[in-house]
Write a protein that binds this ligand. Structure first.
Ligand SMILES: [Fe+2]
Length: 290
């Protein structure tokens, strides 16, 4: 169930924490509509240089925790539709319990009408009580691509887009052996739920952009103070850009909530990736013949 490197005390800690959280989420989801700070997602633009993909765009969303479908989910869909993505990436924590399946599928089916959808799993998906096999079958029947330590390739007129989906790094399920070797003309996006994926990768891994979530941006933020809550697997990384070993990571604050349906000074986020032409390589000045 967990990766081999997860110590036993962490397993006990995760199981206990998720049992409590799952019951709590189910309880809150029975209450009448009550949320704060989850209504209007901001849109963050990321630019990537790769000529075969110039003019193409993708949207990344994360941490849906979609156990009940609310009006704000229609707002999110409208917002994403307005961005006209060619592909949509969802980096885990899709739901918290099995009762969320019809709500999640309602959202994802509508998302699929906008563009092809690629999904990875987060820690909450694994602790939801929904078997991964069932999630994979549901994804299949709804024409969604669930990637669990898998890679797919989208051919382009010249070159291709590689999309790798790692299983959840925060529970040590990610297996970097699924990362294919570098190929000329390919741009590779790696989707993984938690920011500690950056510590798993080696400099030689052929990855151009890593997208993840998990942190919720800290969820409750106060001016001039570092986030006081970040889940295991963030290693102090809360949101935005990070570079390590030559790998570029972006952490999305996500769209949902943990513990309480409140986000404070930490709005939900949609990330738009836009590809532009690569910079022309500088040719060496010619030497004058002697
Ligand atoms: Fe989450």
């Amino acid at each position: 169930m967990y990766g081999d490197r997860l110590p036993w005390h962490r397993r006990v800690q995760f199981e206990a924490a998720h049992q409590i959280l799952r019951s709590f989420h189910q309880l809150v989801n029975r209450l009448p509509f009550w949320e704060h700070g989850l209504g209007t997602p901001t849109v963050t633009r990321i630019q990537c240089r790769h000529s075969p993909l110039a003019g193409r765009r993708a949207v990344q969303i994360s941490d849906l925790h979609l156990d009940r479908y609310l009006p704000r989910h229609d707002t999110i869909l409208r917002r994403i539709g307005g961005l006209r993505p060619d592909w949509i990436f969802v980096t885990g924590d899709l739901l918290d319990s099995a009762s969320g399946i019809p709500h999640l599928l309602r959202f994802l089916s509508r998302l699929r009408q906008l563009a092809p959808v690629f999904l990875t799993l987060g820690n909450h998906d694994h602790h939801s009580g929904v078997p991964v096999g069932l999630l994979a079958a549901l994804a299949d029947s709804h024409k969604l691509q669930l990637l669990v330590n898998q890679a797919v390739f989208v051919p382009l007129a010249s070159g291709e887009l590689g999309i790798i989906g790692l299983d959840d790094p925060s529970t040590h399920r990610a297996d970097r052996r699924c990362i294919p070797p570098r190929v000329a003309g390919r741009f590779t996006v790696l989707l993984a739920h938690a920011p500690n994926v950056l510590d798993l990768l080696e400099a030689r891994d052929a990855v151009d952009l890593i997208l993840c979530g998990h942190s919720h941006g800290g969820q409750w933020r106060f001016p001039s103070i570092r986030p006081f809550w970040l889940p295991y697997g963030c290693r102090g990384r809360a949101e935005g850009h990070y570079i390590q070993n030559g790998h570029r990571l972006y952490i999305n604050r996500g769209l949902g909530w943990s513990f309480l349906p409140i986000r404070w000074n930490c709005p939900p986020e949609i990330v738009l990736i836009e590809w532009v032409e690569a910079k022309p390589s500088r040719s060496r000045p010619k030497r004058n013949p002697a």
